[in-house]
Design a protein around this ligand. Structure first.
Ligand code: FAD
Length: 295
């Protein structure tokens, strides 16, 4: 199985995709998006510094055909998804998105029905394109570095005119080991200050349910769930979040969920390992106080 990884220059992300490639018995080649040496040792490594996914499609189609790659691996990020779809259409290749499991017998698993079930697929056509969900595969140890050669060929020349980084506070959600998340039960945007205070002590990221985002209390970039960020922290603290299935789809791989909700029948308690049935206005300040004393 000849495999090509397409990923930004990020050791963890590349490491996760190398792990998947190795499951299929291959030491993958790589097209790294960015400049500089690529983490890891590869027989063939290419790079491009274009930040526009659409510009990559034509040269990538050529690279995949000329290199006779049977499998293309990307992370299930915005950029990965942006590239995978058009690439599949151009190559007439199947695209399996949000892959969370892989085995040597060429089967992969991915969640369906908003995370309520997991489907298993057999890859029987080449090339096939896989987007792999972050944090489901242990990143491979990438020994050494490889100096990549530039990707040749030109694609659609969409020019990036300007870039504005989305406002982000603290640790990015996808990298966070601890996430403190608020829902509509927070009652107002100002009340998120309490969550930010707790997050700062815990070295955590702040997230939100769609309920809170719809109210305008949190930025859409903080939304967690089926139509937001898929996260996999060690600890997920859900405050004033009911636990709708679409929200739970975003935290399926969270190791320990702790919920604070004043409704003892709230669905979030079915997913939580620890639950506190109480008004968060009593609980969160007390937790902050206790954490401060521990510092
Ligand atoms: C196609 C589709 C996609 C969706 N995608 C997403 C998604 O990606 N992410 C997402 O989150 N949702 C998503 N939703 C919306 C989802 O169905 C829920 O409507 C949403 O998650 C509810 O947000 P919430 O839990 O904050 O609000 P609510 O359901 O209103 O729950 C608020 C909770 O706060 C509790 N509460 C109230 N006051 C307090 C207090 N003082 N102290 C403690 N607890 C309190 C209440 O008991 C309640 O359980 C999607 C819906 C659809 C149809």
């Amino acid at each position: 199985m000849k495999t090509l990884i397409v990923e930004v220059m990020d050791t963890k992300r590349i490491g996760e995709l190398v792990t998947v490639g190795r499951i299929f018995g291959d030491t993958p080649d790589i097209l790294a998006l960015g400049t500089g040496d690529v983490p890891g040792t590869y027989t063939k490594a290419y790079f491009t510094d274009t930040a526009v996914g659409a510009n990559l499609i034509d040269p990538l189609v050529d690279l995949i055909r000329e290199g006779d790659y049977q499998l293309v691996l990307l992370s299930a990020t915005t950029l990965g998804t942006e590239i995978a779809g058009p690439l599949g259409v151009r190559l007439g290749a199947p695209v399996l998105s949000e892959v969370i499991g892989a085995s040597a017998d060429m089967t992969v698993t991915r969640p369906i029905y908003g995370g309520k079930a997991v489907a298993t697929f057999t890859i029987s056509q080449a090339p096939a394109i896989l987007t792999v969900r972050r944090k489901y595969f242990e990143p491979a140890d990438l020994a050494g570095t490889t100096t990549p050669v530039p990707l040749t060929g030109t694609g659609t020349t969409i020019t990036l005119i300007s870039e504005e980084a989305a406002k982000s506070e603290g640790i990015p959600l996808e990298d966070a080991e601890v996430i403190v998340s608020g829902g509509r039960g927070m009652g107002s945007g100002e009340n998120f200050t309490l969550l930010r205070e707790m997050a700062a002590i815990l070295n955590a990221a702040v997230g939100a349910s769609r309920g809170a985002v719809d109210e305008g209390w949190a930025a859409p970039t903080l939304q967690i769930g089926q139509t937001g960020n898929i996260v996999a922290p060690s600890v997920y603290l859900a405050v004033g979040i009911s636990g709708a299935s679409q929200h739970l789809a975003g935290i399926a791989n969270a190791k320990c969920v702790v919920a604070v909700n004043k409704d003892e029948d709230a669905n979030i308690f079915k997913r939580a390992r620890f639950g506190i049935v109480e008004d968060y206005k009593k609980v969160v300040p007390a937790l902050i106080q206790a954490l401060k004393e521990e510092q």
